[in-house]
Write a protein that binds this ligand. Structure first.
Ligand code: COI
Length: 356
């Protein structure tokens, strides 16, 4: 199925909401552009491909994803530079991960042509919704959910794939106080932690709420068996600079394989920074803070970009880290990625995908 053979029905909005956007106060994920993309998987094929005005969708109360959680998503961004060029960053990785998530959740695969033509059509139609400043972008949320009207437990035979877009500011707008979680679990090896499955996020809400009540912004999840090894932060992967080396947990099977994580590892290796991708013990990180050898801690993710961590709490002890403003590796990464995603510097790894 080639892209140009796909027929996408397009129904445009009569009155755009663009003039109501407060560009100086963009938050993350609260405002949605004029149009959305939708396709249905019926009888083993994707059909009814359409772009239509953003809005509510009718659903049967028996829709199986509501009951049993066959629901996955992706997070991507579109960037616009001063010349009006629009770029996506490594979108093929999002498509591949989407299908891996679908496989794990026993859902239909989505052809690259459907995924990419949906993204491109939406971006072309709503390009005026893409912010231009370095701190903002158009967040793109592809997602798929089971649509059988049946409440027996089995994989659905029908699915809906949708894409919505949202001009967004930073996910985190200040350095974070995080807590190492040693009671609750995000994911266990053999579970669904490496998939971008909606239920992974649902299960994280209660422990995150408890942490927020104690004054923390986010959790660092640890392994499900012994709470000994660091995993990820739920909305982002996590990295440390210890003794000048960039250290991050290896993909254990219960960690989401982030696109930003992969890009950061490739960039830092290219900059001749020592990189270690391996199991990272909580005790090792705490020891490094105490010894003064941990110089940086930060999260990496599409929504989060590079999110500085200013304090880590573990077993009720709060450890304050170095001033985020003076951190060499993470600030260099932040600046580099900001410029690269807008094609302001050389795209050495050919990561950019030009849309318009
Ligand atoms: C992303 O980084 O795109 C994500 O999906 C994280 C999300 C939970 C905000």
């Amino acid at each position: 199925m080639a892209v140009d053979q796909l027929s996408i029905r397009i129904r445009k909005v009569k009155n755009s909401r663009l003039s109501q956007v407060d560009w100086d106060n963009l938050q993350f994920g609260r405002l949605f552009s004029d149009h959305m993309f939708m396709a249905d998987y019926i009888d083993g094929a994707w059909t009814n491909l359409q772009v239509l005005p953003y809005g509510d969708i009718p659903l049967s109360p028996a829709t199986s994803s509501i009951h049993y959680g066959q629901s996955i998503f992706e997070g991507m961004k579109a960037y616009q530079n001063d010349e009006g060029e629009i770029y996506l960053f490594r979108p093929e990785m999002n498509h591949k991960r989407f299908n891996k998530s679908a496989e794990r959740m026993c859902m239909a695969q989505i052809p690259e042509e459907v995924f990419m033509s949906g993204v491109k059509k939406l971006i072309e139609l709503d390009k005026d919704w893409i912010p231009k400043d370095d701190d903002s972008s158009m967040y793109i949320r592809p997602f798929m959910f089971a649509t059988d009207n049946f409440i027996g437990v089995k994989p659905s035979e029908t699915y809906r794939f949708m894409i919505i877009t949202s001009p967004s500011g930073a996910y985190y707008n200040k350095p974070l106080n995080v807590k190492v979680e040693t009671e609750y679990v995000r994911a266990a090896v053999g579970g669904t932690g490496a998939a971008k499955a909606a239920g992974n996020y649902a299960g994280s809400l209660y422990p995150a709420k408890l942490a927020r009540e104690q004054g923390y912004d986010q959790l660092i999840w640890t392994d499900a068996k012994h709470h000994r090894h660091i995993e990820e932060a739920g909305t982002m992967n996590i990295m440390f600079v210890i003794d000048g080396k960039l250290i991050t947990p290896s993909l254990s099977g219960s960690i989401l394989p982030g696109v930003t994580r992969d890009s950061v590892l490739k960039l830092t290796k290219d900059w001749d920074i020592d990189v270690e991708e391996r199991p990272v013990e909580v005790a090792e990180v705490i020891r490094a803070i105490e010894l003064g050898t941990l110089s940086e801690a930060f999260g990496v993710g599409t929504a989060a970009t590079i999110a500085q961590i200013k304090s880590i709490s573990c077993h009720d002890i709060d450890y304050t880290l170095s001033d985020p403003a003076g951190r060499e590796v993470s600030n260099r990464l932040q600046n580099h990625l900001n410029q690269l995603k807008r094609a302001k510097i050389e795209d050495k790894f050919k990561w950019l995908y030009k849309v318009v």
